[in-house]
Design a protein around this ligand. Structure first.
Ligand code: NCD
Ligand code: ZN
Length: 347
């Protein structure tokens, strides 16, 4: 039996494209299926100013293969020295669609992030006034807090106080990984949304740690217990418009993943849409896939939905994708869900 589903062309509301030769290697993997993406600013050095974002956007467009269409939605990396006027100008010109908050030390290339949240108050107040959303990596960095609890503790210690102090601020709690995150978003009427990754709908912490350590499943925030994965599945597929896709596709060369101190990040750009069709079908929610990938995020960002479409077809043959793509510093492993997927994107 063949069935198919046609969606508005999707947006990836959390994507790592990197720079230089890695950007060239991974950009087509996203642009093949996605019309737009919110581009993470955690380069080395980070994308801090409007000027940095303009230059990075130009490098992304220069790396786009001929014949492909793609719009990068740029973000700024919030530091304690970020100038509210620069942020406001970057927003007014249409260049920047969000500002990204990394607690210092929380994840890959977050050393320049925020340590003292009081120091970014003026920027957050400006953002609330002008309606520019804050994308949040929601994990505390306190070494005394267990890594599996860092998201829940962040909500209480950092996110909720920021939102109470700056009630007009529009916040995206990115890559939600816990039922605590889902509960927090669920009790909030306004100005809060959540992105969910593809891999967190598929793996729990056993996939990383049981029967041998699997570095390609290690990302931050780290996948949690099965109860959390089930809560994420319900949130993503349940038709709640506050949730939308942010893949957090984050390429690292294999030798740095398969390492004594392996990098965090799952690379899912290549097969995300087929995997999501599989997950939504399993949940009896295929009809809600379009809202999750193509409508809810655009609406939260105040963008029109994309004009184009993407069709996925289910057939009797398992979908095939390359196990690895070729990056400049060696291969990059494509996320392996560990089960066959029968949905294919009609390219
Ligand atoms: C991301 C990266 O590699 O840049 N890694 C990850 O595990 N998700 C950073 C991030 O979003 O935390
Ligand atoms: Zn990320």
């Amino acid at each position: 039996m063949t069935s198919s589903i046609t969606l508005r062309r999707p947006d990836d509301m959390h994507l790592h494209l990197r720079d230089g030769a890695m950007l060239k290697a991974v950009l087509p993997e996203t642009a093949r299926h996605f019309a737009r993406a919110i581009i993470m600013p955690n380069l080395v050095p980070p994308v801090v100013t409007a000027r940095d974002a303009t230059a990075y956007r130009d490098r992304i467009m220069a790396a786009l293969p001929k014949g492909m269409a793609f719009e990068p939605l740029m973000t700024l990396y919030l530091t304690e020295a970020t100038d509210p006027k620069d942020v406001a100008a970057a927003h007014a010109s249409g260049l920047v669609k969000a500002v990204k908050l990394y607690p210092a030390g929380a994840t890959t290339n977050s050393q320049s992030g925020v340590k003292d949240f009081d120091k970014v108050r003026a920027v957050l107040e400006t953002m609330a006034e002008i309606g520019l959303p804050l994308c949040v990596h929601g994990e505390v960095t306190d070494p005394d807090i267990d890594i599996f609890d860092r998201e829940a503790v962040f909500i209480d210690r950092v996110l909720d106080p920021i939102r109470r102090r700056t009630p007009g601020l529009r916040v995206i709690m990115e890559h939600v990984t816990t039922k605590d995150g889902v509960a927090y978003i669920g009790e909030t009427e306004k100005n809060l949304a959540g992105t969910i990754t593809t891999h967190h709908l598929i793996i729990n912490r056993n996939h990383i740690l049981a029967g041998g350590i699997r570095p390609h499943y290690y990302c931050l925030p780290v996948a949690k217990r099965e109860t959390h994965r089930l809560a994420l599945r319900k949130a993503a597929t349940g038709g709640d418009a506050r949730y939308f896709l942010g893949t957090d596709s984050a390429p690292h060369p294999d030798h740095l993943k398969e390492h004594a101190c392996g990098c965090a990040g799952c690379f899912t750009a290549t097969n995300t849409m087929a995997l999501l069709a599989h997950v939504f079908e399993e949940e009896g929610a295929l009809a809600r896939l379009e809202a999750f990938t193509s409508l809810n995020g655009a609406a939260f960002y105040g963008l029109p939905p994309n004009e184009g479409t993407l069709t996925l077809t289910k057939s009797g043959a398992a979908a095939e994708w390359p196990a690895k793509i070729t990056g400049p510093a060696g291969p990059v492993t494509v996320f392996d869900p560990g089960f066959p997927v029968y949905w294919h994107v009609n390219d």
